[in-house]
Each structure stands twice: as structure tokens, then as C-alpha cells.
Design a protein around this ligand. Structure first.
Ligand code: NAD
Length: 695
């Protein structure tokens, strides 16, 4: 229930903001606060006002339920509220605890005073949505904490603990926030009213500082418009009178809210929230407890997965077949933790604590107490069969049996056990202790509470969980195969690795496809291809990639791949040998190489992703288009300022996407059928609809 609760404590009015879970400043709450201010103003017995948040925090800012709806702009707006606070004849004290962010902080900045508990997280995170603080934050924050701190906070969106913001907090409260705030309010009753807007802001080095900040942002913002506008607004706080600065801030905010980057970032924000909702699994489904875990296989993935549990404080048993492999796995984990400690991310005590939560073993009997086991052994169905049959014997009733398989059929794996309802896929990405994405693979028989538990667990271990149905490659890798296939086709037709990577990186991908292949190791996809050729002799052969692997060029791990690498460095250096190999193949295959534009490279790679994404959506493998977007944002380095492949296609217009596909299909080198638009894509294009509008 969204409301502001009015109470009194002697001559102090207390307005308590209550709108769970974050006291978002929704319309109802805004109206309630305003009514509280009016009531306090009208009551001659009241001499001061305290504004405080119910529950765990002051306020997390805008109410996301109202985002992009008319209610967000309906009066009273946050700006109206701020004016009312500033016009109050009685001092208003903001009592801050937990979280005070965005619009919540802007309201607090308009109060006459601020008191806080230590540890409260103070932030203006609007830049993360491609925006800037639009209710005075860029003008008031610098007046309290200084230009440099304010600009840092506004540009990074990162939270700073209250005790580090001396200028912002008038008094730190030790324990009882409300009591401390009321006592503070009593002290200031009758004092001349102070407003942040009236504070002088002198900053002699302004020109040099803002010049430096502009250059820095131009270098790192990759064309995103919000950071530069944040600087412009903060610079105005120094150079303009307050009200003019506020006007400029508003103007810049209105410009930003209309940019495609902000629309994409807001989409990504909602995609993250939508992903944890599973349409046929009620939100109140009781999850199973996960007080202890186990991992089978201490190789590349198993070690990283075990670290995720230890990092979340969950004890985990790590099982291998041989002592040597087990020792090797534990040494790698230790090295990873020690590297984090060296970077100052963990203390020595934390390293010990986490290592202490990991129990290595060779004995299946030691798994009996685990509530979940994640299998990460070799990618061979026979090995998985042995392991799952064993797990079925030793795991306690109700334990979740998960597989980290990338390509095998989770339903088949489930059928190795007598409890397929407890079996699920948990597809982590490498390195598993770092990468955010977790595809949660729902088998035909996976029970609803197992799904809900896996989703809850993904949050606990700080992953972005996305549900995928069972299919070859799940959502991410199934689409990626199409994307990578286009990169290889472009090589044959006339492009070189550096051009393809540069084009995709200019589009915004964290890394181009050939650099990614060098990072992941070309041998992995080579072994998948060899299996495919054996199973289907008519399958299209990726001759260039095969030849590269035949030369032992697997990428960074062998110092040569699509590029060459100098010892200890990760810079991809173009290699004439590879370029000759590519050109020689084109000649041999009778392909007349042509100049290929960067635009064609980007469109073919991205639209190949999109077409497969459309099939995945139509087949119900993905629950919604935004889940596909999230997979690519969290797991594949897709630029958040483009919102994910499906959102990007929506913004290009599906009609235009389909037209481009038809053009590509007319290319004589195109694989027959590759560019046939997925039926869903054609349907939506004909209706003038979008993937994301369909959700
Ligand atoms: P890996 O070869 O690095 O590790 C596998 C480990 O399992 C080895 O240490 C091996 O000794 C151990 N092992 C084999 N048989 C076993 C058994 N019967 N009992 C106990 N331990 C056994 O492999 P990996 O790259 O960690 O891959 C593991 C799984 O994760 C595979 O299913 C793979 O497809 C999947 N996966 C890998 C990646 C990746 O990028 N490497 C990404 C996602 C998923």
C-alpha cells in the first residue's frame, strides 16, 4: 500500500513514507507527503517536520511501476513536492537510512536538514538508465558535497555510504533514527531556515576540471549521450544562478528521455525484473532450502561454480574421480581467490573463509547432505549417465540434481534418474565465478518448485537467471551459432578478421566474434563441428576455421588463432598468415572476393541472431523477447545502449529487418534457407508490431 503516514511527536510532525518494497515515490505517496506537509503547516502546534521511510530504507526513488506511464508525470510530481518542502515555514528534516537514491535523494536534498544512520547508501543512479537526475540533483548535490564528488556520483551512479558524505549529512544518528531525527528537529526549531539552493558554489578550477571530465567521458562513453549531459548540468550549477541551472537540467533531462539509448537501458532494466517471473509458476511458490551444495567435476566450470556458492556463504562439496584432478581444481580456486585479494577485492580472512566453505572429496557418500548438486563433468552423455545414476542413489530426497551441460538433452539426463522432477539444467558461462548469466534449463518434467528455487538461487549467488527450454545450445549458444556462422561466411566473401571485429565493436559488442573465438578457444567449436560432419556428411564445412585449427591455432591459449598474441598480452595482432589462408581459400572455392561494408557485416551478424531468436520465441524456448535480450546483455557482451538483439530489431523496425534478410538471401553465396524469415518475424513485420510489444 502506497501512503504517507502522518503522526506527531510533541511539536514535531512525522511523515513516514510507506510504499514497499523501496518506498518508491509513486503518485499516491507523493500526494500523501504533500498532504502531510499541508497538515503540518496548518497546525499551529507543529514547529518542525521529519520525513522518514518505513521499513528498510528512506526511498529508492521513482516507483518503477509508474515508469513510462502518465502517472509518473501526474501532479503532484516530485518537483512539486520539492517546491512545497522548500516553501515550508517549518524546518523539514530528512531522516535517512538504508537506501536514499534518485528522486528519493533529490527530495532529501530539498529538505532543510538531513540526518542519517551510518551505512545508508546514497546515490543518483539515473545515468544507468541513460538519464540525468531531473529534479534538482545536479544543482543541489554539488552545493553540499562539492563539485568533484557530486560529478563522480552522478557520472557513475554508484552508491556512497552516508558517513562519507559529510557535507550532505548534518548529523549522524547512532541508533534510533526517528528519535534522533526528532531530537535534531527540536534543536533547529525557530532557527532561520536554510535551503541548499541558497548555498554559494565557488569552484575556481571549474573550466579545467570540466574540460578534463568531458575528454574522459568522450573517450569512454562510446557515444552514449547521458554522461556528457550530466557534466553539462553540473557545470551549470557552477556557472549559472540556481533557477537557471534547474531549467537547463530539466531541458537536458527531457532530451535524454527521448534518446534510443535511454529507451534501450530502460528496457534492459525491466528485462532483468521480468526474467524472474515464470508465467505458470506462481510468485508465492515455496522454494526448497539450499543450505549446502555440491559440485561434480573440478575443471574449468566446476571450480568456478563452487566459488559462487562459497562467495554466497553456502558450504559446497567438490567431487572428482582422481586425487590429482581434485588437487588441481582446488589450486586453481585458491589462485583465483588470491588474485582477488591482490587486487584488494577480498581480505586475507575472506579468502580463508571462502576456501573453508569448499570441501574437496573423492567420495560420493559425502554428498548426502547437499540440497543441490551441479554436475560439471565432461560433455559426454555416457559420463553424464554414470554420474546421474550415482547421484540418484546418494542424494537425499528433495535434493535438486542440476547439470551444467552446454549441448546435451536435459530431458535425457533427467531420465537417467528415478526423479526427473528434481532435475534441471543450470548453464553457467565461463569463467563461472565472473560471468553474470545463468541459463536455467527447464526440462519437460522439472517441477515448478525446483524452477522457482533455481531462480531464487541465481539471485543469491548474484547471477542473472533466465529460463530456457530444452534445445540444442539453449537460447544463447543456439543463436550464437548463427552469428558466428555469418562471421565465417563474411570471411569467405571478402572481409578479414580485423574488419569484422572492428565493425562489431563499433556497433558496441564488447568483443568482435573472431576475438571471442580466440578467447574461448577454437578447439571447442572445432570438436563440435567434427562431430557434426561425422553425423551428417552433407553438413556445410567451415573450411577456413577448420584449417586454422588443423594448424593448432586455437586462440589465446596457443598464442595464435585468428590473430597472434605476444607472451603475457591479450592484444589481438592481425596475422598475415591467417589473411593469406582466408584469401587462398576464397580463390580455391572460386569466390570472387568483394569489398564488404561495415553496415553489411553488422546487419548480417545481428539479423542472423534475431532470426534465430524469433524461432526460439515462437517455439516457447524463451518465455519472452526481453529474456533473449537479457541473455545477450548479461552473457554475450551485447551493448546495453542497444537493449539486446530483439529490442534492437524492434527499434530498426521488423519490416526493415525482413527486407534486409530478403536482400541477403539474394546473395548467391547465401546458404539456402538461412535467410528465410522466421514465421513470427514475418507475422509481426506484416502487422507493424514488435517482439517486445508481444510480451
Ligand atoms: P573440464 O574438462 O575443464 O572439467 C571436467 C572435469 O570433470 C575434469 O576435471 C574431470 O576430471 C572431471 N570429471 C570427469 N568425469 C568425472 C566423473 N565421472 N566424476 C567426477 N568428475 C569427473 O570441462 P568444463 O569445461 O569444466 O566443462 C564441464 C561441463 O560444463 C561440460 O558439460 C561443458 O559442456 C559445460 N560447460 C562448459 C563451458 C566452458 O566454457 N568450458 C561453459 C558452459 C558449460
Amino acid at each position: 500500500m502506497s501512503e504517507a503516514i502522518y503522526s506527531t511527536d510533541g511539536a514535531t510532525a512525522v511523515i513516514t513514507m510507506s510504499n514497499p518494497p523501496v518506498n518508491g515515490l509513486g503518485h499516491g505517496l507523493r500526494a500523501g507527503i504533500l498532504a502531510g506537509l499541508d497538515k503540518a503547516a496548518a497546525d499551529p502546534a507543529i514547529r518542525s517536520i521529519v520525513l522518514i521511510g518505513a521499513g528498510k530504507m528512506f526511498s529508492g526513488g521513482a516507483d518503477i511501476k509508474e515508469f513510462d506511464t502518465p502517472k509518473a508525470l501526474a501532479e503532484p510530481t516530485v518537483r512539486t513536492l520539492i517546491t512545497a518542502i522548500e516553501q515550508s515555514k517549518k524546518p523539514v528534516v530528512a531522516a535517512i537510512h538504508g537506501v536514499c537514491m534518485g528522486g528519493g535523494l533529490e527530495v532529501a536534498l530539498a529538505c532543510h536538514y538531513r540526518v542519517a544512520l551510518a551505512g545508508a547508501q546514497i546515490a543518483l543512479p539515473e545515468v544507468k538508465l541513460g538519464l540525468l537526475p531531473g529534479a534538482g540533483g545536479t544543482q543541489r548535490l554539488p552545493r553540499l558535497v562539492g563539485v568533484e564528488t557530486a560529478l563522480n556520483m552522478i557520472l557513475s551512479g554508484a552508491a556512497v555510504p552516508s558517513e562519507q558524505l559529510k557535507g550532505l549529512v548534518d548529523e549522524m544518528i547512532e541508533a534510533d533514527l526517528l528519535r534522533g531525527a526528532v531530537a535534531f528537529a527540536r534543536k533547529v526549531e525557530g532557527h532561520p531556515l536554510k535551503l541548499v539552493r541558497d548555498l554559494p558554489l565557488h569552484y575556481p578550477g571549474a573550466d579545467a576540471f570540466f574540460g578534463f571530465a568531458r575528454n574522459l567521458v568522450a573517450a569512454v562513453a562510446k557515444g552514449a549521450p547521458a554522461p556528457a549531459k550530466c557534466i553539462e548540468a553540473v557545470a551549470a550549477a557552477v556557472s549559472m544562478p540556481f533557477d537557471e541551472g534547474i531549467r537547463l537540467e530539466r531541458e537536458l533531462f527531457m532530451q535524454l528521455i527521448q534518446t534510443p539509448e535511454s529507451a534501450a537501458l530502460r528496457h534492459a532494466f525491466f528485462a532483468e525484473r521480468a526474467a524472474s517471473r515464470i508465467p505458470d509458476v506462481p510468485e508465492d511458490t515455496k522454494t526448497r532450502p539450499i543450505a549446502a551444495a555440491a559440485v561434480i567435476g573440478a575443471g574449468t566450470m566446476g571450480g568456478g561454480i563452487a566459488m559462487n556458492f562459497a562467495n554466497a556463504g553456502i558450504p559446497v562439496t567438490l567431487l572428482e574421480m582422481q586425487q590429482e584432478a581434485l588437487d588441481k581444481g582446488v589450486v586453481t580456486i585458491r589462485k583465483n581467490y588470491e588474485a582477488s585479494a591482490k587486487k584488494g577485492k577480498l581480505t586475507a580472512a575472506q579468502v580463508q573463509e571462502r576456501l573453508g566453505l569448499i570441501t574437496p572429496t573423492l567420495n560420493y557418500a559425502d554428498l548426502a547432505q547437499a540440497y543441490i548438486v551441479i554436475e560439471a563433468v565432461f560433455e559426454e552423455i555416457g559420463v553424464k549417465e554414470t554420474v546421474f545414476k550415482k547421484l540418484d542413489e546418494v542424494m537425499k530426497q528433495g535434493a535438486i540434481l542440476a547439470s551444467n551441460t552446454s549441448t546435451l538433452d536435459v530431458d535425457k539426463i533427467a531420465a537417467f534418474t528415478g526423479r526427473p522432477q528434481d532435475v534441471i539444467g543450470t548453464h553457467f558461462f565461463s569463467p563461472a565465478n565472473v560471468m553474470k548469466l545463468l541459463e536455467i534449463v527447464r526440462g519437460k518434467k522439472t517441477s515448478k518448485d525446483v524452477l522457482a528455487t533455481a531462480m531464487a538461487l541465481s539471485k543469491k549467488i548474484k547471477k542473472t537467471g533466465v529460463i530456457s527450454g530444452v534445445c540444442d545450445g539453449f537460447i544463447g549458444n543456439r543463436m550464437l551459432a548463427r552469428y558466428a556462422g555469418q562471421a565465417l561466411a563474411l570471411l569467405e566473401e571478402g572481409a578479414l578478421p580485423k574488419q569484422i571485429d572492428r565493425a562489431m565493436e563499433s556497433f558496441g559488442m564488447a568483443m568482435g566474434p573472431l576475438r571471442v573465438s580466440d578467447l574461448a578457444g577454437g578447439d571447442i567449436s572445432w570438436s563440435i563441428r567434427k562431430r557434426r560432419y561425422a553425423e551428417n556428411p552433407g553438413a556445410r564445412r567451415e573450411v577456413i576455421a577448420d584449417r586454422l585449427c588443423e594448424l593448432g591455432r586455437f586462440g589465446q591459449k596457443t598464442s595464435v588463432g585468428w590473430y597472434r598474441y605476444e607472451p603475457g598480452k591479450r592484444d589481438a595482432i592481425p596475422d598475415p598468415l591467417v589473411e593469406d589462408l582466408i584469401v587462398a581459400y576464397s580463390k580455391e572455392a572460386g569466390i570472387e572476393r568483394r569489398k564488404i561494408s561495415d553496415e553489411e557485416i553488422v546487419q548480417r551478424c545481428i539479423f542472423a541472431l534475431v532470426n534465430e531468436g524469433a524461432r526460439i520465441l515462437d517455439e516457447g524456448i524463451a518465455q519472452r523477447a526481453s529474456d533473449i535480450d537479457l541473455v545477450y546483455l548479461a552473457g554475450y557482451g551485447f551493448p546495453s545502449s542497444r537493449g539486446g538483439p530483439m529490442f534492437y530489431a524492434d527499434s530498426v523496425g521488423l519490416f526493415n529487418v525482413e527486407r534486409a534478410m530478403k536482400r541477403f538471401a539474394a546473395n548467391p553465396r547465401a546458404v539456402p534457407g538461412f535467410w528465410t524469415p522466421a514465421p513470427l518475424l514475418s507475422r509481426l513485420a506484416a502487422q507493424g508490431a514488435t517482439f517486445n510489444g508481444r510480451d
